[in-house]
Design a protein around this ligand. Structure first.
Ligand code: DC
Length: 212
């Protein structure tokens, strides 16, 4: 911390806007770890997937309280340990995608995730929905990435085997579920990534950080 400005860089935006690729590359350039805040919400969705009503915040929170959830960030990698077991590979399934917005919408669950994030020692680049606006208001630089919905769907199809219409539909549903917690800070720089390749977005993001 120097002069009230933290050593955190925030990268926010909707699903498949390019946040995690950009944040990962930005962190590499800066030589600092990357932190994926969405993994904590994914861990909450995974822990409650079978036998907890995801729309009941007290029940979700009770389940979270029964487990030790740790997000370990190292340059190039994020792992989630639940009671010491590495569950990271289970967190990017369609089932978790489908349920995560519901658990993430509860203020109580957001407070739980935000407390975990604020425990992580800087410097780091963090990606999410509301990192610059709500969680790290004193961040040194704040980026907000957007992209047209059809571009986001096409990117996601590249990552998971599925058809474009179904993916576009799932993204629209997740946007609707995430709408309240997704938004730029007043002092964020917004980059529309629709017509830019990854190198170009990273170059712009790096320029924003270096100017900050
Ligand atoms: O970034 P991601 O796709 O891994 O995020 C998974 C979900 O978690 C997403 O649907 C919204 C939620 N999320 C959130 O509400 N706030 C964050 N800071 C990060 C993710």
């Amino acid at each position: 911390m120097m002069g009230g400005v933290s050593d955190v860089v925030t990268v926010d935006g909707p699903a498949a806007s390019g946040k995690s690729s950009v944040a990962t590359r930005l962190a590499e350039h800066l030589g600092i770890p990357f932190v994926s805040s969405g993994l904590l919400y994914r861990a909450a969705a995974w822990l409650t997937r079978d036998d907890v009503d995801p729309s009941d915040p007290a029940a979700v929170l009770a389940r979270l309280a029964e487990h030790d959830v740790a997000l370990r960030a190292s340059p190039g990698d994020n792992r989630v340990l639940i009671d010491g077991d590495d569950v990271t590979d289970a967190l990017h399934s369609d089932a978790v995608d489908a349920g995560v917005s519901t658990v993430a919408a509860h203020p109580e669950v957001r407070a739980w995730a935000n407390a975990r994030l604020r425990e992580i020692e800087g410097p780091f680049v963090v990606d999410g929905r509301d990192m610059g606006r709500d969680v790290f208001p004193d961040a040194r630089a704040k980026l907000f990435l957007t992209a047209r919905p059809e571009v986001r769907a096409a990117r996601r199809v590249g990552e998971r085997a599925a058809d474009l219409a179904a993916v576009a539909d799932a993204i629209r549903r997740r946007d609707a579920g995430d709408v309240r917690q997704t938004g730029p800070a007043e002092d964020a720089v917004t980059i529309d990534t629709s017509d830019l390749d990854l190198d170009a977005v990273v170059a712009r993001a790096l320029a924003v950080v270096q100017d900050a």
